[in-house]
Design a protein around this ligand. Structure first.
Ligand code: SAH
Ligand code: SF4
Ligand code: F3S
Length: 460
């Protein structure tokens, strides 16, 4: 690691990987600010750059090294570099050997970031990849101002050990944050301006405290004034309880969207993946979810080219996708990860076969996504305005089904407005304010309950 450096005054955080990393990145920023650092106006000129990394696939890991290379400035100098996240956890000192970095900090240790930065500034080795369960949350400073849609990590780690996956090694064992601490953080996020909270966990639906499951937590959040929308991600099929499914029918603020990864449509492949569900059990869960909430938007994750996957087994994945009809999905080529059982399996699938399968799967999922968006055209629904659009006067918001909607409006980011959906593309829709231009923000009390649920169609 590097020699003595000045103590940094400004910082930038760059998060790669999943939403939990985005959450961790926000918490690291808060921790650094509590220690007196300020956000750099220009990230390229920051004194300290935190790279919050992802180890899930080889490509994600390699990105870290290209990002580090890019931090070198024209005059040969570079900022203090802290590598955080799952690559830091997985590679530890190795990353300091491979690349010039000053701090290495794992996902369970980042509350120690200020101390590590001070150590690095003094020219000492600054590495912390300890995994003391939960201690970081108690040591973190208060939440600060947020956008209208906020993330809240409630569960961390994974005990499922799918044979392809690094998460159980980089994030450690499954743990649930205490109910009371989560409610406190949710209230702090609402005080800071959040309207929507997405509960996060590598297996968020495994959250539990005694007899209470995620549905209890969702119902408690439902009672918080000022909170309009609740979401949760990512779920595992085996933890999809009856109570959680019922919450989709009964909890007004719980949005009609479910991300439920299946990975493959072949039971032989699922078994080799150690997924502990079958295609049949997965489809049965979706039937129950759809019975509870008929308009629910379904999303999933898929891996093509798991070791030994035959053409016939891949065809079963396509068949499953046809049977479900996804609103959105993520699909990946299998990437062998060091230390995971699947990396040592025979029959690794050739890269060109994986490429070709991924193309076919993505073409099908893309058609389904477009069809889902097109089926929304003509619908009237609420959107939460989250960010400026590309054109002046344009804002982008999200429907209850997590579709992005562009519209011209004089309302503000953070408003919840009713729109009519006018046209659809594969990745977003266009809408207009309902009932007409110039109407201010629509509040909950303006809407009849049917509209609040976002399911009413505009009469032809
Ligand atoms: N806990 C979540 C997701 C974890 S990682 C779950 O179980 O669903 C997100 C996604 O990355 C996984 O769902 C899987 O589709 C993909 N993934 C994980 N390991 C991978 C690997 N070695 N190669 C390719 N994709 C992988
Ligand atoms: Fe990885 Fe499987 Fe755990 Fe998801 S459930 S994080 S895919 S081991
Ligand atoms: Fe990546 Fe770690 Fe998330 S490996 S997907 S950042 S849990």
């Amino acid at each position: 690691m590097g020699g003595a450096m000045d103590r940094p005054a400004t910082y930038a955080v760059k998060s790669l990987g999943c939403q939990m990393n985005v959450y961790d990145g926000e918490r690291m920023a808060e921790t650094l600010e509590a220690d007196g650092l300020t956000l750099a106006a220009d990230p390229a000129a920051a004194d300290l750059v935190v790279l919050n990394t992802c180890h899930i696939r080889e490509k994600a890991t390699e990105k870290v090294y290209s990002e580090i290379g890019r931090l070198k400035r024209a005059d040969g100098s570079r900022p203090m570099i802290a590598v955080a996240g799952c690559v830091a956890q997985a590679e530890g000192e190795e990353i300091a050997r491979r690349a010039k970095v000053d701090v290495v900090v794992g996902p369970q240790a980042y509350h120690n970031l200020p101390a590590l930065v001070a150590k690095a500034a003094a020219g000492q080795v600054a590495l912390d990849t300890g995994m003391p369960a939960l201690s970081k949350f108690g040591a973190l400073p208060a939440r600060r101002r947020q956008g209208p849609s906020a993330f809240l990590t409630v569960q961390e780690g994974c005990d499922k050990f799918c044979t392809y996956c690094v998460v159980p090694y980089t994030r450690g064992a499954e743990i649930s944050r205490p109910f009371a601490a989560i409610l406190d953080e949710a209230k702090a996020l609402l005080d800071a301006g959040a309207k929507e909270i997405t509960l996060l966990g590598q297996n968020v639906n495994a959250w539990a405290e005694g007899e209470r499951g995620l549905d209890t937590l969702i119902r408690a959040l439902d009672a918080l004034p000022g909170l309009h929308r609740i979401r949760y991600t990512t779920s595992h099929p085996n933890d999809m309880t009856e109570g959680l499914i019922r919450a989709h029918a009964e909890v007004e603020k719980l949005m009609p969207y479910l991300h439920l990864p299946v990975q493959s449509g072949s039971d032989r492949v699922l078994k080799a993946m150690n997924r502990s569900h079958t295609t049949e059990s997965y489809l049965r869960i979706l039937d129950r979810v759809r019975a509870a909430r008929p308009d629910i938007a379904l999303s999933g994750d898929f891996i093509v080219g798991f070791p030994g996957e035959t053409e016939a087994e891949f065809a079963e994945t396509l068949k499953l996708v046809e049977a479900v009809g996804y609103a959105q999905a993520f699909s990946f080529k299998y990437s062998p990860r060091p230390g995971t059982p699947a990396a040592n399996m025979d029959n690794q699938v050739a890269p060109q076969v994986m490429d070709e399968r991924l193309q076919r799967l993505q073409a099908l999922l893309g058609r389904q996504q477009l069809a889902f968006n097109q089926a929304s055209v003509g619908r009237r629904c609420e959107i939460l305005l989250e960010r400026p659009g590309r054109k002046p006067g344009q804002l982008v918001g999200k429907t209850p089904w997590l579709q992005s909607v562009h519209l011209e409006t004089d309302t503000a980011i953070g408003d919840i407005v009713t729109v009519e959906l006018l046209s659809a593309g594969p990745n977003s829709l266009a809408g207009k304010l309902f009932p007409g231009e110039g109407r201010g923000p629509v509040t909950d009390s303006d809407l009849d309950p049917g509209l609040r649920r976002g399911t009413e169609r505009v009469a032809a």
